[in-house]
Design a binder for this molecule. Structure first.
Ligand SMILES: [Zn+2]
Length: 134
């Protein structure tokens, strides 16, 4: 198994989500590949760091505040722009799937935590992070 295929499944391996047909070749690869083993160690360090963060307590109205802000922030858009956006979203999903199937890897990400702050305006994630960062 090559490095890219192994790395695609490291998070699932770490979480015990792989069946043995996929897990065993990856484990064998890790026994002989320092760079992939280091990548797995990095996942484990990130998990450990996240588990060590203090829990955030939120008010009992937190969920209803999120829903209210999401509804209030929802822009009124023309139906054509919504259709174009949905078609574009489906196209990019399809392109990512094709790339994963035929090329063996999906869209590249930085894999860093700054991705969590990169939500489009008016999305649920944007509202959620704006609420917890108050
Ligand atoms: Zn490797």
């Amino acid at each position: 198994m090559d490095h890219n295929k192994v790395r695609m499944h490291l998070s699932a391996l770490k979480d015990g989500e792989l069946n043995e047909n996929l897990r065993d070749p990856i484990v064998r690869h890790l026994q002989s590949c320092d760079s992939c083993r280091e990548e797995l160690n990095e996942f484990e360090r990130i998990d450990s760091t996240l588990r060590g963060l203090p829990e955030i307590s939120v008010s009992k109205t937190f969920v209803s505040e999120i829903l209210a802000r999401t509804q209030a922030a929802k822009p009124t858009r023309h139906w054509k722009s919504i259709v174009v956006r949905r078609i574009a979203d489906r196209f990019f999903l399809l392109a990512a799937s094709v790339s994963e199937v035929f090329l063996g890897y999906g869209p590249q990400t930085t894999g860093s935590l700054d991705e969590f702050g990169d939500f489009p305006p008016y999305s649920l994630g944007h509202v959620y992070f704006s609420l917890i960062s108050r």
